[in-house]
Design a protein around this ligand. Structure first.
Ligand SMILES: CC(C)(COP(=O)(O)OP(=O)(O)OC[C@H]1O[C@@H](n2cnc3c(N)ncnc32)[C@H](O)[C@@H]1OP(=O)(O)O)[C@@H](O)C(=O)NCCC(=O)NCCS
Length: 151
């Protein structure tokens, strides 16, 4: 299904995309989510996957869950060879548009305090820090809680 007809590189994926999303996730995270994990998420209420292609191949995706006027960014990743070209920012914008279309007024996320790239991306996109969870991740890093009003 096309999300923005003016931009054919962006699309929404359904259950059939679980394998592709698992491969993209594994390319970015040490502990990748399995295809079954992602299929379960895609089958959950309010969950949407936004995928972006570059040079005709899938380059990254964002997964959101929007319920009762609020949305959560479940994951966002760009394959290493396509980073730093604006795709992360474009994916985040598409995730926000998708969440707003589902009725969400705010998008929440959590990110490791050690993840400079993601914190840089979110800060530049207008996300503000609302809290911190000490030692939340396996490597001992804190989780930074951020959010942004939509629309
Ligand atoms: C975080 C991530 C999605 C960014 O994707 P990207 O396509 O490289 O991001 P963009 O090119 O759109 O960058 C937009 C802005 O974010 C910031 N940014 C991106 N990467 C950065 C880095 N390595 N260091 C510092 N700031 C960075 C910059 O402000 C950048 O703008 P600039 O390139 O004009 O300076 C990507 O690094 C990634 O997939 N990381 C692994 C997965 C991950 O950690 N996901 C987030 C989980 S919460």
């Amino acid at each position: 299904m096309s999300l923005e007809p003016a931009n054919p590189a962006v699309s929404l994926l359904g259950l059939e995309g679980a394998g592709l999303l698992a491969a993209l996730h594994a390319a970015s995270f040490e502990r990748g989510w399995s295809e079954a994990d992602i299929r379960d998420l895609l089958a959950s209420p309010g969950v949407r996957a936004v995928v972006m292609s570059e040079e005709g191949e899938p380059a990254g995706f964002a997964l959101i869950r929007a319920i009762a006027g609020e949305a959560e960014l479940l994951t966002l990743c760009v394959r290493p060879q396509f980073r730093r070209t604006g795709l992360g920012e474009a994916l985040l914008q598409s995730a926000e548009t998708t969440a707003a279309a589902q009725g969400a007024q705010r998008l929440f996320l959590e990110v490791s305090a050690a993840n400079e790239a993601a914190i840089g991306l979110y800060s530049r996109a207008g996300y503000r820090t609302s809290g911190r969870r000490k030692g939340y991740y396996r490597d001992g890093s804190d989780a930074v809680l951020m959010d942004k009003p939509l629309g």
